[in-house]
Structure formats: C-alpha cells, structure tokens
Write a protein that binds this ligand. Structure first.
Ligand code: ADP
Ligand code: ZN
Length: 744
C-alpha cells in the first residue's frame, strides 16, 4: 500500500458519517459459543485510533480480552447499556478489508471459529496469547539545533561532537556516545543538539547481488506463456534442474516493473535457504522473508514493512499467504505438491493453495503452482483445463537426468547384515577417490509401527482400502485406520513363509557408523531433525557441505528438497520403502515424489551424476517410474488406482475426528454421528468409525469417520449441526478436516 492508500484506509475507517459510537468486536476466545460480534462504545479519546480490522482491549464479563474490530456503526442495536473499549492494541497491525473477507471464507470452508481464522493471519508475535508484546525498536539520531546559541561555552569534547555533527548533518547515537555519552546529554539539555527517534526495522539486508541469467528458450517460453495469459492459475511442471526459480523471478520482475507485488510460497523456509538467498540477492530490500527463524521482533517488523507498502515481494512458508500486500500481480507456490501447504492442526485447517486462488480472484492476478512432481490433484486439474499447463521438460544445462540404478535389497539382506549394497559402497568409494560429493537419503517418513518381513519386504495391507495396517501394541493387532479392519499379528510371513516379521526402523546414527566402518577417513555430515533443531544449524550445514568441508551428506527427507550442489555426483537412497508403508492413500505419490526430488540433486553441473536406490520392492510402480524419471506414466498408473478406490482427485475426502477420555462413550457417539451423516447425505461414502493411527494420546482416545464425496455443499450445514450439538459437551471433541494431508 502506498502512503496515500494508507491515508485513505484510515480515512475510510474514521469517516462513517456522523457520530461514531459503536464498534462490533470479535473477542479472542476460540469457542463457538462466543464466536460472534459484541458491541462496545468507542470513547472519544479513541475515536481516531479504533480501526476496522484493528485490535482493541475490551471488558468481557469479568475478564479483559483482546479482540478484532469488525464493524463501526453510528448507532446501537439494543437497549442494553454498552461497555467502553479500554484501549487500542496496536495501530500498526490492522487486518485489511481483503483479509477480513478472506477470514470469512476460511471460516466457511474449514468450519473453524471466525476468531481463529483471523488469529492465524497474524504472526505469532502479534497474538494476544503471547503475553508480552513485541516493541518497536528505535534508533536515535542527532542534528544541530538551527537556532544554535553560539555564546554558550563548550568543553573541548563538546566542541568535537558539535563539529562532527555539523560535518555529517545527522549522526546516529551509537557514533556519538563513542566520543562521550555524558557530553551528548549535556548538549541536548543545553538545546544545542536535537534528538530524534526513528523506527528501526530488524532485518538483514543482503550485500551480495545475483546477476540475472540469460533465460534458456524453454524458460523464456514459460515466462511468456504466463505473462500473456492474465488472471490464470498455472501449473508449471519443470523437471529438477530446469530452472523454475529463474522463471519465477522473471515473472515477478515483470510485475514489479508494473508496480505490482508478489507472494512466493515455499514448503518450509528453513529448508530452502538457498532459494530465499537467490530471491534476496536479486530483489534486495524490496523483499520480506517470513520464516520461523525470525525472532518475534523481526516478524513484527517484517509484517509492518509489508503493511506499510515498503515491500513488494514476500517469500515465506504457508502462512505467508496472509501477507497484507496490496495490488498483487502474481502468487507463486513452489513445490506445490508439498503437504506443508495444508495446515493440519489446529483449526483453521486451511489449504494455502486454495487461499492463493481466492486472493488471485480478489486481485485479478495469476497464480503459478510449480513442481517437478505435481500433486495428482493439480495435474488432474491441468488436464481438465482448469489450470493452464506450462512445462520445462529439460534441464538448464541441457544434460539428461541422471541414470538411476535399482538395487533389490531382498538379495542383499540374504548375503550380509548391513544396510549397504555392494553397488552403493562401490559408488561411494569411486566418488571419494575423485573428491566428489555424495548425498545419502535415509527415508524416515512415516512410522515404524507397521510390520514388515525382513526377508521379502512383505507388509500387511487392508483388503478394503489398500492401506498399510498399523501395529497396535496394546491389543497386539494390525488395524486399518480408514475402515477399522483388524487382523491378528502373525509370526510367519504369508508371502515367503519365513519367520522374520518385524518392525522396521533405522536411525541416521546407525547408518553413519556403518559408513565410518567402511570409509574411516570419510567426512560425514549428518542432517536430521536432531542435528538441525538449533536455530541456523540447517543453513550452516548446507554452507559447510557446499564448501566441500564434508564428503557425504547423510540425512532424512530434508536433503531431498531444493538443494543445488555442483559437486554432488552420486545420490544414494538407503531404503526407498519406508514411505511406501505409511498408512496413507498418498504413500505411493509421496514416495515417487521423494525419490524424484532426491534423484534430481545429482549431476546438476557439468559432471555426470548417478543415483542408486535400494529397495525391497524393486517392482513397485512408484519406484520403477521414479527410476525412469517418468512422471506421466506414474501419474496415469496412480490415477487408475485412485479411481478404483474412490480417492482424490476423483473424490474429495473429509476426516471427522472424535476425541475424548472415555473410549466406549466415544465409540457410541461416533456411531450416532455416522448414522446422522448417513441419514442426511446422499452420494457420500462413509467409512468407520475407526481408531486413529495414534489411538491414544495423553489419555485422549481418537476415532475417526472418513467421508468420500463429490460435492461439499450439503456437508457444511450437517457438520455445523453436529458441532453445535456437541458444543457444550466436554466429554467429546469434534474436529473436521476437509481434504486432509494425512489421516492420522
Ligand atoms: P529447479 O528449481 O527447476 O530444480 P533451479 O531454478 O534451482 O532449478 O536451477 C538449477 C540451476 O540452474 C541453478 O544453479 C540455477 O542458478 C541455474 N540456472 C537456472 N536458469 C539458468 C539459465 N538461464 N542460465 C544459466 N543457469 C541457470
Ligand atoms: Zn481398510
């Protein structure tokens, strides 16, 4: 927003005609029973400061609460005597008109409380619950008083300060107190120096500038296609290393030159420091990066920079979709297949991609979803023409994608006990001799709570849902989390008849030890959630690996994403299977995507790359097509299965979670809920109630009912009825998750 627009906004807020008296306030208690507007009088002293979308402090029963002002009116609707607003929280943090209506949209589509929809829009630092409020930081500047009384006698130190300030015109306090703090305050007291406080934003600007690259023909064509079709949602399919980031930046620059703003969503910003750096170095101070690594103060400052129109580009994870930017030209969602764009808990369980589209309608702008492995939902929409399809089929350097070798671990396990095949060991050895680098992926997505045969790789699946059965220790059973199917635990593998069933789960530490045994001088960098939990560690590790301080980068999922190292010529996947066994209908898709992404880390520069995938399921189509870099065949195969089993994108899913302390009571109520859904809905498939993946957490039991449906319209009123029915019931909690990213 430009300064003039902000003025207009304040003016609009103030001038609603005549005497402004009453503010409709939504208080910050997330409960259905108080999720509505309460009226308060605006005292005269606050007339200028109470803004629509702003936050105020109000008395509420015996409490004092914060709330959002949603309306200002010149009359009251009741005879009840209204209480007065106590104070205004922060004039600088105001939800725009657009965000206020977006909040209502989120409420409608997630069935969350409206207040939670507004709370989720603001950085945590700005929320009332946080207790202490983040302060604005000021810098103090000094300049000479123009009506300087030259008759005043000065000490030599004081003269020195005066001369210094005269020469510079204006000096920061830091510089002056190095000379003498006491002299400075004396000069201020004598009115020779004038003091001025100015806001100081906490953010680091970049010194290094990235040069613009000359686009390849493919990239140029992709950019032109996006720019020549305004107000569209695009699916940009680009193989790993095809230069999607460069395409994003070019599109953004185009809109920047038109005076428009952009939002870039990335999966988890702490995992994509390289990408953020590239944006920062190209666009400098025009960019605000919102990520979890920022302190509360930094977040507060970034938000205000955006709100004041001082920033043109916002890059951040899921919640950056709420950036209060005006005049948006394009919204980019990188790695659009990532499940991090869906908020699972707590409610509002929104999908940032849907909100991107909503905002694009509001701003009449475009949305670009980019990925090397688009989600099935997005690709299906592209095929139907709902999204405009753009592709980058080649790598920037013109090289082929690296060849992938699949190693059958069933054979390896029979020969030795370790986790490494001879091929992978040999591959590592060759790279060490040539001083090249290796990335090893330990696939730990999911849980070890499934049973697998160590001999043949067999896992138990639900006959109804094709979902891996989860092991329940307490009852010693295998259960399906979708439909509730249960089976007893077997000793003998039904496939190979060996007695070698077990829970599988390996840690990065064990793998690290095994590499060290084989290559004692090899420098291994272990990257997982344990070693990167400290702030800034992840970035440090990436830099260290980039500087070739290590030979092998060993890690979990996080090594697969968006990294661009030129010396990496071998990528090894130690266990491709674990993610296939997650009890989730997307497990094949997620595995395909993970393998494709990690394979894309190899051979990105001039040197030839190679990929080795170890697996117990060498014939599985997800692994097979990933090894061929064949997204489209995978897509077709997976679509057939989705159609057969009535999963997305053929049907929408909705998960109703029913939780509480009394398992028997819950199950009875869950049955009643299912019956009432059955009675009221037509054409909806209902599964369950079944126990959740983690049935009992902190003595809270969880059941769920799964709905497969084509049209959501009739769902909302029924769900609202159910929610309202249990509103005052403390024994049961109902959570509804539309299009869940996981069903747990
Ligand atoms: P993707 O995100 O599609 O995997 P990137 O955007 O990370 O690919 O690009 C891969 C590499 O190619 C990066 O190192 C990038 O700097 C480089 N690159 C991208 N476009 C060009 C270009 N037009 N000319 C030269 N190098 C490029
Ligand atoms: Zn089932």
């Amino acid at each position: 927003m430009k300064a003039s627009q902000i003025d207009l906004f304040f003016w609009y807020n103030k001038y609603i005609g005549g005497d402004i008296l009453v503010a409709g306030v939504l208080v910050e208690i997330s409960h259905q029973s108080v999720d509505r507007i309460f009226d308060y009088l605006i005292p005269d002293s606050l007339l200028d400061d109470v803004l629509i979308g702003g936050r105020v402090v109000v008395p509420f029963g015996k409490m004092t609460l914060e709330g959002f002002v949603l309306e200002i009116k010149d009359h009251k609707d009741t005879d009840v005597e209204l209480k007065e607003i106590i104070e205004v929280v922060d004039r600088d943090v105001v939800l725009t008109e657009e965000l206020l209506s977006l909040g209502k949209e989120i409420q409608k589509t997630t069935l969350a409380t409206l207040i939670s929809c507004y709370q989720v829009m603001l950085p945590k630092a700005l929320k009332a619950k946080n207790g202490k409020r983040v302060s604005i930081r000021y810098d103090t500047y000094y300049h000479l008083n123009p009506s300087f009384d030259s008759s005043i006698k000065l000490t030599s130190t004081q003269s020195k300060i005066i001369d210094f300030v005269r020469e510079k015109g204006e000096v920061l306090r830091k510089e002056l107190i190095d000379i003498s703090a006491s002299a400075v305050s004396t000069l201020v007291k004598k009115k020779l120096l004038m003091e001025e406080k100015r806001e100081h934003y906490r953010f680091q600007s970049m010194i290094y500038r990235e040069e613009k690259k000359k686009l390849t023909d493919d990239q140029r064509r992709a950019v032109e296609e996006v720019l020549s079709h305004p107000n569209q949602t695009f699916l940009l399919y680009g193989v790993t290393g095809s230069g999607k980031t460069e395409v994003y930046m070019e599109i953004i620059e185009h809109y920047l030159n038109l005076g428009k703003t952009s939002i870039v969503l990335v999966p988890e910003i702490s995992l994509t420091p390289q990408m953020v750096k590239r944006f920062q170095s190209r666009f400098g101070e025009k960019i605000a990066a919102l990520h979890s690594g920022l302190s509360d103060g930094e977040k507060y400052d970034e938000w205000r920079r955006i709100y004041r129109g001082e920033v043109s580009i916002v890059i951040g994870a899921r919640s950056a979709i709420f950036a209060p930017l005006p005049n948006i030209g394009v919204i980019i969602v990188d790695e659009e297949h990532s499940d991090s764009y869906k908020q699972s808990d707590p409610n509002p369980r929104y999908q940032a991609k849907d909100l991107a589209i909503w905002r694009s309608h509001y701003h009449q702008c475009s949305v670009v979803f980019g990925s090397a492995t688009p989600s099935l939902e997005s690709m299906a929409r592209a095929q139907k023409g709902v999204y405009y399809f753009v592709s980058l089929p080649n790598r920037v350097n013109g090289k082929e994608l690296p060849p992938v070798k699949i190693i059958d671990m069933n054979q390896v396990m029979r020969q030795n006990r370790g986790y490494f095949s001879q091929e992978l060991l040999f591959g590592i050895e060759t790279r060490m001799k040539k001083s090249e680098q290796v990335i090893l992926l330990l696939n730990r997505r999911g849980y070890s709570s499934f049973v697998t045969c160590k001999n043949c790789g067999f896992t138990f699946k639900c006959p109804n849902c094709d979902i891996t059965l989860t092991y329940h220790k307490s009852s010693n059973t295998l259960r399906c989390h979708y439909c509730g199917y249960a089976d007893k635990v077997h000793d003998i593998c039904p496939e190979c008849k060996e007695k070698s069933l077990s829970n599988l789960g390996i840690g990065t530490q064990k793998i690290e030890e095994e590499i060290s045994e084989n290559f004692p001088t090899c420098r291994i960098l272990r990257m997982d959630y344990d070693t990167t939990s400290r702030k800034g560690m992840h970035e440090k590790m990436i830099t260290a690996f980039q500087n070739h301080e290590y030979d092998i980068l060993l890690g979990t999922q996080m090594v697969a994403k968006g990294l661009d190292f030129s010396c990496v010529t071998l990528v090894g996947v130690i266990n491709a299977d674990t993610s296939l066994n997650i009890p989730d209908f997307r497990s094949s898709e997620n595995t395909f995507s993970l393998l494709s992404q990690v394979a894309g880390r190899s051979g990105r520069s001039n040197r030839d790359g190679e990929v080795i995938i170890q697996t117990f399921n060498p014939e599985h189509y997800a692994i097979h097509y990933a090894s061929k870099h064949d997204y489209f065949s995978f897509y077709q195969e997976e679509m057939k299965i989705r159609r057969q089993l009535k999963y997305p994108p053929y049907y929408y899913l909705c998960n109703v979670r029913i939780s509480g302390k009394d398992a028997n009571y819950l199950f009875d109520e869950a049955l009643k809920i299912k019956k009432s859904l059955e009675r009221n809905l037509e054409g909806v498939i209902l599964l369950g109630p079944s126990v959740a993946t983690i049935f009992k957490v902190n003595n809270i039991y969880r059941y769920h009912i799964l709905l497969k449906y084509k049209d959501s319209k009739n769902l909302y009123p029924i769900f609202m009825k159910i929610i309202n029915h249990y509103r005052q019931n403390t024994k049961i909690k109902i959570d509804i998750d539309f299009n869940p990213s996981q069903i747990m």
